[in-house]
Design a protein around this ligand. Structure first.
Ligand code: BTN
Length: 332
C-alpha cells in the first residue's frame, strides 16, 4: 500500500498553517505581522513560505500595507487547507489526506478499529482498489474526483445504521446543488444521478455487536472532474461527472468543504431528533417514486412499482415486497 500522508490537524507545518489562516480569513488581507505573531515565526520566514506556496500553485496576493490574501488554491486536497475551511461541530475535526491508497474505506476502517475518534475523515487523491457496492470496483483516477471516508460512532442499534445512508446521500446531493447549481436525483439505495447518469456512489460499512454499533464508515465517491476517457468501457450503468454535465471544473476543496458542512449539520440533527428530516428530503429527491423497477440481487429478480422506503431504508414495492439490497433498473 503506497500511502503518503500530507499532514493532519495535529502535525502540520508552517506553510499549511499559513494556508489555514488565510483560508479562514475568507478573502480578507491578513498582515505579515499578524501571521508571524500567530505562528511564532519571523516575518521573513512567513514571506519565504508564501513564496514556496505560490510555487505549489496557491495564488496569494501580497500588498505592502495590507498583508496577504488567498485568491485561489491549487486543485489539491490538502488536509490543512481543508481544515481551515471546514467549520463543523463533529465531522472533519481531523482530516487525513493521502496521495494514493488502496481504498479510503479500508484505511478508515482500520483506523476506527484502532480507536480513531468520531468525525475523522480520510481523503485520497486516488485509490488503487476503490470499493463499490455489491463487490464492484470504484474507478478512482488521480487529480479529478473526490474519494473520502468518514468515521462515525453513533449511539444506535445496528438495525438503524442504514438510516445514516439517508444523511450521507442528502449531504452529497445538497453539495452538488450548492456548488454546481444543478439538482441531482437519488436512486435507491445510494446512487446520485444527474440526467439519469450516476455521478456519485456511497458505500457504508459497519462494525457492530448484537445491540450496539461500534462504528460506521461512510464511504463517498463523487465524480467531479473526470473526463469521458477516464471511465471504463464496461460500466453496468451509465455514469458521468459533474464537469461533463456542466462544462465547468469543480473546485474539489470547495466541494468537500460544502459537503462536510452539510453532513455535519445533518448528523447533528440525526443525533438530536432522529433521521426523519433527512428521510423526507431523501424521498423528495428520489428518482424512483412511483416508477416500475426491476431489482436483481444474487440471481433473484423482483419487479414492481416503487411505493416508498421504510424506516430502515428498505425499498417498498406495490407487490408488498420489501427490498433490502440489490441493483435497481428503472423499467420492467
Ligand atoms: C457504489 O458502488 O456506488 C459505491 C461507491 C463508493 C465509492 C467510495 S470512494 C471512497 C470510498 N472508498 C472506497 O473504497 N469506496 C468508497
Amino acid at each position: 500500500m503506497k500511502e503518503s500522508a500530507r499532514g493532519d490537524s495535529s502535525s502540520i507545518g508552517t506553510a499549511e498553517k499559513i494556508i489555514s489562516f488565510l483560508a479562514e480569513g475568507e478573502n480578507l488581507f491578513i498582515s505579515g505581522e499578524e501571521l508571524s505573531r500567530s505562528l511564532g515565526v519571523s516575518r521573513s520566514a512567513v514571506w519565504k513560505q508564501i513564496k514556496a506556496l505560490r510555487l505549489e500553485g496557491f495564488n496569494i496576493a501580497a500588498e505592502p500595507s495590507r498583508g496577504y490574501r488567498l485568491v485561489s488554491s491549487p486543485d489539491r486536497l490538502r488536509a490543512a487547507a481543508l481544515k481551515g475551511l471546514i467549520e463543523c461541530s463533529r465531522i472533519g475535526k481531523r482530516i487525513i489526506s493521502l496521495d494514493e491508497t488502496v481504498s479510503t474505506n479500508s484505511v478508515a476502517f482500520s483506523m476506527a478499529e484502532e480507536g480513531e475518534t468520531e468525525g475523522t475523515i480520510v481523503i485520497a487523491d486516488s485509490q488503487s482498489s476503490g470499493k463499490g457496492r455489491l463487490g464492484r470496483r470504484w474507478t478512482s483516477p488521480a487529480g479529478v474526483n473526490l474519494y473520502c471516508s468518514i468515521i462515525l460512532r453513533p449511539p444506535i442499534q445496528p438495525v438503524a445504521a442504514p438510516q445514516l445512508t439517508f444523511l450521507s446521500v442528502v449531504a452529497v446531493a445538497r453539495a452538488i446543488e450548492k456548488v454546481c447549481g444543478i439538482s441531482p436525483r437519488i436512486k435507491w439505495p445510494n446512487d446520485i444521478l444527474v440526467d439519469a447518469k450516476k455521478v456519485a456512489g456511497l458505500l457504508n460499512e459497519m462494525s457492530a455487536e448484537t445491540d450496539k454499533v461500534n462504528f460506521v464508515i461512510l464511504g463517498i465517491g463523487v465524480n467531479l472532474n473526470m473526463t469521458k476517457e477516464q471511465f471504463p468501457d464496461d460500466l453496468r450503468h451509465p455514469a458521468t461527472s459533474l464537469f461533463l454535465e456542466t462544462g465547468k471544473k469543480v473546485d474539489r476543496t470547495q466541494f468537500v468543504r460544502v459537503m462536510i458542512q452539510e453532513l455535519d449539520e445533518l448528523y447533528s440533527g440525526f443525533l438530536a431528533d432522529g433521521y426523519g428530516a433527512a428521510r423526507s428530503e431523501w424521498l423528495e429527491r428520489s428518482r424512483l417514486n412511483g416508477e416500475m423497477v426491476t431489482v436483481t440481487d444474487s440471481g433473484s429478480v423482483k419487479k414492481g412499482r416503487v411505493v416508498g422506503i421504510d424506516g430502515f431504508g428498505a425499498l417498498l414495492l406495490d407487490t408488498g415486497e420489501q427490498i433490502l439490497s440489490g441493483d435497481v433498473v428503472i423499467g420492467e
